[in-house]
Design a protein around this ligand. Structure first.
Ligand code: FVH
Length: 295
């Protein structure tokens, strides 16, 4: 557990699921006076020995500190849990995973109750919380003054990255990164499926090659970003869409030879072909961003 240089600000934490419990332990280890509440009270018991004060109701938990962190299952549970609490004058930091629209609506909801509001998107799993070397962090957006006032406290469980006053932006950054991760996992799954029949290639040996390759290719995101900013999607292209689309036929034929269904890659390849058919074969992948947004 970490003990960072935050002054010991008292705070309340609502929600002691896997993530909430990890957050609680990080703040307790760093010496912050912590009041906790959970719908199922038994989950709070182990934290008492670590110094947590357990509130029997949400209202009492919220009343115990000016800074109230919420980490519940989803946006609906946040509304339900906080329905009867007096929020005027409170600083609400919502770390519950939400959509951008839900976060913006939750910010309006908080404002109507005279509370300041900051939304957060956690880019970490529970074992990474309180361990700076693990590299986890939280995107924050919304009330900037709130963020600055509590930056040190919020930085205890994981790094704090503020991404703007729009309360929806933390959720949007969170979901954009998770979406990229999902596509990457689809590719990893397909690659392992291709290799699966080969008795002489151990998955653990192949995994090393896979991760080295993905790390090297991830830098392509910078090139795409420059193209999106300049509007010139041919800028610095080393592998153009026409070439990649031709190569896709080999990927598809190999999948068939290996007995692997191409369903995870097919939609992306279809978009590449469509872009080439529209006459953009000399571009890189950036044009697919426009294609997706035109549908
Ligand atoms: N765990 C993870 O790996 C991810 C990492 C990235 C961020 N997520 C988000 O964090 C939120 C909480 O996740 P969690 O892992 O703590 O989730 P659970 O262990 O399932 O705990 C859920 C807590 O929510 C409480 N709860 C559910 N419904 C209600 C309700 N209607 N009213 C009040 N509380 C409710 C639940 O209470 P109980 O079941 O113990 O009584 C837990 O405290 C989440 O948004 C992730 O997407 C985690």
């Amino acid at each position: 557990m970490t003990t960072r240089n935050a002054s010991p600000t008292p705070l309340t934490l609502l929600g002691l699921g896997d993530m909430g419990t990890a957050l609680a332990r990080a703040w307790l280890a760093a010496g912050h006076p912590l009041t906790v509440w959970n719908r199922t009270p038994a989950k709070a018991e182990p934290l008492v020995a670590e110094g947590a004060h357990v509130a029997p109701t949400v209202a009492e938990a919220v009343a115990a500190a000016d800074l109230v962190v919420v980490c519940l299952l989803d946006d609906a549970s946040v509304g339900e849990a906080l329905a009867a609490a007096e929020l005027a004058g409170k600083d609400i930091v919502n770390l519950t995973t939400s959509t951008p629209a839900q976060a913006r609506e939750r910010a309006r909801w908080a404002q109507q109750r005279s509370a300041r509001f900051l939304d957060g998107g956690i880019m970490a799993v529970p074992p990474m919380i309180g361990i700076p070397e693990a590299g986890g962090y939280v995107f924050y957006s919304g009330d900037h003054a709130l963020f600055e006032q509590h930056r040190a406290t919020l930085g205890v469980p994981a790094g704090a990255r503020y991404v703007g006053t729009d309360p929806g932006h933390a959720a949007l950054h969170d979901v954009a990164l998770l979406s990229a991760m999902t596509g990457m996992f689809a590719g990893i799954t397909h690659a392992f499926a291709l290799m699966r029949p080969e008795q002489d290639v151990k998955p653990t040996a192949f995994a090393g090659m896979l991760t080295d390759w993905l790390r090297a290719m991830a830098d392509m995101a910078d090139g795409m970003a420059h193209q999106l900013e300049s509007g010139d999607y041919t800028e610095g292209v080393v592998s153009n869409l026409a070439m990649m689309t031709t190569g896709n036929a080999t990927l598809e034929a190999t999948a068939e030879e290996q007995g692997v269904h191409g369903e995870l890659l097919a939609p992306f390849m279809a978009s590449m072909r469509e872009r080439v058919a529209h006459g953009y074969g000399d571009e890189g992948l950036a044009g697919l961003v426009d294609l997706l947004r035109q549908r």
